[in-house]
Design a protein around this ligand. Sequence first.
Ligand code: MN
Length: 715
Amino acid sequence: MIRQYELIEMVKSYDPDLDEMRLNRAYVFSMKAHGTQTRASGDPYFSHPLEVAGILTAMQLDCDTIVTALLHDTIEDTVATYEQIEELFGADIAKMVDGVTKLSELEYTSETSKQAENFRKFFLAMSDDIRVLLVKLADRLHNMRTLHHIKNSEKRARISRETLDIYAPLAERIGMQELMNELEDLAFPHVYPQAYESIMKRLDYLYLNTDNVRDKVIHDLESIFSKNFLEAEVVGRRKQPYSIWKKITFRNVSLENQADLFAFRVIVDDVEQCYKALGLIHTVWPAVPGLLKDYISMPKPNGYQSIHTVVIGPQRKRIEIQIRSTEMDIIAEKGVAAHWRYKNDASKKDGVHYRWLQDILEILEHTADPEEFLEHTKIAMYQNQVFCFTPKGELINLPIGATVVDFAYAVHTIVGETCVGGKVNGAPAQLKRILANGDQVEILRSEAQKPHASWENFVVTGKAKAAIRRYTRQQQKAEYIALGLEILKHSFKQEEREFNLKAINSAVKKLNLKEADDVFEMVGSGEMSDRAVLEIIFPAIKNKETTASINTIVIDKKRAHKAGDNQLPIKGLSPGLPVYISKCCHPLPGDRIIGIVASGKGIMVHTIDCEALDVYTDAPEVWLDLSWISPEKNQEIFVARIDISLKHETGSLVNILSLIAQDQGNVSNIKLNERSPDNFRIELDLEVRDVKHLTSIIAALRASNYVNSVERAFS
Ligand code: MN
């Protein structure tokens, strides 16, 4: 077990300005918190956070990361609380410890690669401070190093699979090559025991016969370089068994063909010397065409730089050589954090501790290499997503702002359509509740439920939007059909014709439609007038003077007053001047009215509050004081306009039309103004006798369940 003073020395070796007190406090706090707990190995539990801290010192991470490592299991496994840690170590440390705890709580269950990818993204999104992820990776590394103490082989296999699927790719992703290799090799035997055994056997045999080749290659390379005065370090290491196995499995190459049983590495001072070394190697051994890769001019997404070449070496065997500078070597092995230490003298205090964080983020941001195994997108992208769980632990990946309804549709369209509410982390939640990262969501359903058009206002996923719209369109179609049917029945009656399916079917045929509903839909949606349908069915009525079509803009000429009619029951008119009832405000008997004398045209009658009067404010000479003659006895028909906001439900239009008819109103024009998923707004022109008549119709409409509001329209 690492001793307290040893840990301090390790950190001090790369950070002379270390806050020793702080680190000591964390050491003691964690030791006391874990107390007598032990691990599967029988060791005191505290040895684990200590080892994790040790791993992170090897990566030369800052004091806060080391403190977080020491404390990383205290919230989850001991009586220590977030508040305590916040008080003793500050808000930043508390947040990081909490972040590690949250990552630990996630259990990776699915074996599909899609899920693995989601989990990796989730980890990145959760670790908004990359140091949280580094502590988690070091935690996993130590657990893998001590995995053999766990007796249950299934548990070992599960943890190892998780390591291969989630943690090793994440380590690679952030450029921690060494960490990735170790994680993979520790996990390999537990996940693929047979493959591991046969590979190891084969490798033992091959190495027995190739070790002399390795020495020869190293010797030859060294002499080439020294003859040409190039200072270089040459190493030849055995390749990791897992990476060999991956190549055999994914690229289908046999073990004999593996140029890379050994990884030869040439390390020089700078970039220029890398290319010089490459030139020298190629003059001695022929290069295998097509296998030269220059990751110096084109670095990998994780920041990896190196030149890879494959040559035909001694005994005509292929060998792979990597050429890189010392700096590139440190980045490749230890990651960006260590690289920053290398580049910057640690004594230069200025922000050194955090610069490497920016580097790592930049690397994640400015990269795109389609060959990479991992996702090519930047970390910020995952912060536009939320990751939620089904009660069974399945991960659902949604865009930020997604609601309970989005989640339901993401699970299945049927679940979305019958969703009546949800439970988020066990507590009841409304349909439009916005989900947060890590929420566990349970959808409550009812067979009686139907998608509401209004859901479209708050859902954010394309899937939910499309499904709701599709459903709404079907609903709307039903609405038009019902309305069209009503309109046609009405006009048949007015025309004194019998309404029956036979008649409608003749229109279906002539219009080249499929069924009667198509005719109703066309009429209901206003695509075709009821009048036009009647004329198709009964060509004989074509030239006959008729009543107006309900859904076209024609006012019933027989009953409405005529333009220029000066027989209106209005007092105060100048004889001989034509009178017009203005179309802006539709004055009715009972309204207070005003006349405007328009030269050469006649008198326009407006309601006293009509906005059109504003322009005449400075011309009192054109105003005429008018009033209705005994409006209560009026038998003339006037047109009034009303504005209705209606619930967008099946039957709502038909309902209001029948209410109007019951009150002896007649609709002369319908205009659809606005349609929202919830409501629609229509403008109706009504033929009424007077204000009283109109008021009673409005009152009846307001009483309807389908109606949100009704207002008389003055424009
Ligand atoms: Mn741990």
